[in-house]
Design a protein around this ligand. Sequence first.
Ligand SMILES: Nc1ncnc2c1ncn2[C@@H]1O[C@H](COP(=O)(O)OP(=O)(O)OP(=O)(O)O)[C@@H](O)[C@H]1O
Length: 244
Amino acid sequence: MHETTIRFEAAELTLDDESAADPDTGAVPQRTVLSPVTLTLTERRVAVVGANGSGKSTLLKMINGLVAPSGGRVLVNGNCTTRATKRVRRDVGFLFTDPLAQLVMPVVLEDVELSLKASVPRRDERRRRALEILQRLGLEHLARRSVYDLSGGERQLVALATVLAAGQRILVADEPTTLLDLRNNAMLQRTFDSLEQQIVYATHDLDFAAQADRVIVVDHADVVFDGAPDEAVASYRRLALREA
Ligand SMILES: Nc1ncnc2c1ncn2[C@@H]1O[C@H](COP(=O)(O)OP(=O)(O)OP(=O)(O)O)[C@@H](O)[C@H]1O
C-alpha cells in the first residue's frame, strides 16, 4: 500500500505576459496560469481533467518541481519541490505526453537500463530487470529497436517502461493514453491498476478519469471541482458543454 502525500499550499503560477505588452507604455500584464491551489492528495489514483490550456500540466509539473510556483509551495512527502527538488525527484517519476521528451538513449533496452542505473549497479542484473519490465508491458519484441523507428504509441509505452524502471513511489503522468490504440489503452489502464505507486494523471479520456479514487476538475486556471469520480466527470461535462 502506498503511503505518500502530495500537498499544494496556495501554490500558484503567475507570469509576465510579454506577448501582451502595451505597445505605448511597455507595461507587461500578468498572466495567471494557475490560481492558488490548496489540496492534500493521499489517494492511490488521482485524475485531473479539464479543457485544453486549463492548467492541468502546470499542476502536474509542480509535483516534481518542473514548474516552480510563483507563490505558495508544493510538498511531496514533506519535501518542498523547489528547496529539495532532488529528494522530491527520488520520490516522483514523471511521464510526459511527448515520449521523446524523456527517451534519451537510441535503443529501447538501453533506455530502460539507464533508468535502473541508480538502483542496480550490476550491468547483467540491469539488463535482466529491463527485459522483465519490457516483458510485463508486452514490449520485449521492441527491446533492440531504435527509439526513433517506433510508432507514437510504442514510444509512449516504452516511456512508461523507463519511468517504471526508475521505481519512484509516486508516478505523475500527463495524458499517458493520447497516442494509444484501444488495446494498448486498456493495457496501460490495467498496468496502472496493478501498480503500488500513488498515481496522479491528467487525461481527456473521461472513462479513464472515472477509474480514479478522486478527480480534480481544472477550468481557466482554477480547481473548480474536487471529489468523487462520477460527480467530477458530470461536473466537467456540464462545464464543457455549456461552453460549446
Ligand atoms: N511558461 C509559460 N509561459 C506562458 N504561458 C504558459 C506557460 N506555461 C503554461 N502556459 C499557458 O498556461 C495555460 C495552461 O497550460 P497547461 O499546459 O497547464 O494546460 P493543460 O490544461 O495541460 O492543456 P492541454 O490539455 O492542452 O495539455 C496555457 O494557455 C499555456 O499556454
